[in-house]
Design a protein around this ligand. Structure first.
Ligand SMILES: Cc1cc2nc3c(=O)[nH]c(=O)nc-3n(C[C@H](O)[C@H](O)[C@H](O)COP(=O)(O)OP(=O)(O)OC[C@H]3O[C@@H](n4cnc5c(N)ncnc54)[C@H](O)[C@@H]3O)c2cc1C
Length: 397
């Protein structure tokens, strides 16, 4: 019996680890087109830029101890779902009993934004290149105030760089957090001296004698030694799509992680999964790990739907932003704490139940909601706002 996992990220390694924990004793082959053995991506925009090492997802010994065969620097180029084979870049056809697609996403590229001083950040190789050039740069421009853009800005400030961010939306992270919470993130970056230009985007980027000259839609000209483009990511669906597997914004999977082809599964950032009746594609670390556990369970005889709430974190200087659950309406959140001071939780409340929270600097609230999502409780908006009432108690009644 051979299970082939395509992808060198945490979704694939989590699946391999859970398969072995569950006693699967067949062959496991993990195919990745990256030269690095699987590693953690979250530190790439944080500690790695500050000088830290790339963090491996597993130790080198782990692969040997668990009999997981790594095929690095090897791209899966085609899948034949009838013959049950994966074609590899070196021409090998690998037969599979189950195929797990964990091909992740790639950074979205902007036409006209290429060249030596222009960076994108998705891989360890990207992070190493960015770190090396950051050392000599003084003026850093970030295009896009999403998670990656904001985190790189924070890391660059930590290295003493002068940072400008261009963001077409009214605030950073507006689409994920809404404008109110986005404003809190904006204030945090401005307080650190970042020149955040909202409602503005860069139209052109031309080399000059001393770096790059950027021109914005508002006619502003900014010089930069280095540009980081953080304008989102595209799911790597091509391998599945060309094999006739259903895709859209991601590889379509059901609650169990199954694609439209027999014995082909997908998970992690690339998977658009049915989750409590909605098809969602989630680009967060914890989701990739948890889906790995679910797929491994289903590959070893269980019928386990993936229903876990989604959780993520993002670091901005000393501020930790977190969210758990499903925030239904970003314009209708109940606030506890102070947005102005940048320490608050914003709850999504439906019919007396909290179904999600976005929180800045209040990790205890996130833990309390994470627990409460699985428990019966009944709470009002006024009670949530009242800081004299302990949240843990409010969410366990
Ligand atoms: C800079 C950065 C910071 C982040 N910070 C956070 C954070 O703070 N919090 C958080 O929750 N999440 C964060 N994330 C997101 C998190 O890292 C991802 O959700 C997680 O890595 C997804 O894992 P994955 O295995 O699904 O995909 P990936 O990690 O993208 O792995 C996919 C792998 O598949 C390989 N591959 C693709 N196609 C093929 C092919 N045809 N053949 C062979 N190999 C292929 C890719 O090269 C890659 O190795 C961050 C991501 C980045 C890039």
């Amino acid at each position: 019996m051979r299970y082939v996992l395509v992808g060198g990220g945490v979704a694939a390694t989590a699946t391999a680890a859970a398969l072995r924990r569950r006693g699967f004793d067949g062959e496991i082959v993990l195919v990745s087109d990256e030269p690095d053995a699987p590693y953690e991506r979250p530190p790439l925009s944080k500690d790695v830029l500050a000088g830290g090492d790339v963090v491996p997802a597993r130790t080198p010994e782990w692969y040997a101890d668990n009999d997981v065969r790594l095929r690095l620097s090897t791209r899966a180029t085609a899948v034949d779902t009838a013959a049950r084979t994966v074609r590899l870049g070196d021409g090998d056809d690998l037969r599979y009993d189950a195929l797990v697609l964990a091909t992740g996403v790639r950074a979205r590229r902007l036409t006209g934004f290429e060249g030596d001083r222009v960076h994108y950040l998705r891989t360890a190789a990207d992070a190493r290149a960015l770190r090396a050039e950051l050392a000599a740069a003084e003026r850093v421009v970030v295009l896009g105030a999403g998670f990656v853009g904001c985190e790189v800005a924070a890391s660059a400030v930590g290295l003493g760089k002068q940072v400008t961010i261009f963001e077409p939306e009214p605030t950073p992270l507006a689409r994920v957090l809404g404008v109110k919470i986005g404003t809190a993130v904006l204030d945090i970056h401005r307080a650190r001296g970042v020149d955040v230009r909202t409602g503005e985007y860069v139209e052109s980027c031309t080399p000059s004698a001393h770096g790059l000259v950027l021109e914005s839609n508002l006619g502003d000209r900014v010089e930069a030694d280095l540009v980081l483009v953080g304008v989102g990511a595209l799911p790597n669906v091509e391998l599945a799509a060309e094999a006739g597997i259903a895709t859209g914004n991601g590889i379509h999977v059901d609650e169990y992680g199954r694609t439209s082809a027999p014995d082909v599964w997908a998970l992690g950032d690339v998977a658009a999964q049915l989750h409590h009746g909605r098809r969602v594609r989630v680009e967060h670390h914890d989701n990739a790990l948890r889906q790995g556990q679910t797929v491994a369970a289903n590959l070893t005889g269980e019928q386990k739907p993936h229903t876990d709430p989604h959780w993520f974190w993002s670091d901005h200087y000393e501020h930790k932003l977190q969210s758990v659950g499903h925030v239904r309406d970003l314009d209708d959140l109940v606030l506890r704490g102070s947005v102005e001071e940048g320490v608050f939780s914003a709850f999504s409340l439906t019919d007396g139940r909290v179904d999600g929270v976005i929180s800045l600097g209040r990790p205890g609230d996130v833990l309390a909601v994470r627990r409460a999502l699985h428990l019966p409780h009944r709470v009002t908006a006024d009670e949530l706002r009242d800081e004299s009432l302990p949240l843990k108690q409010l969410l366990s009644r």
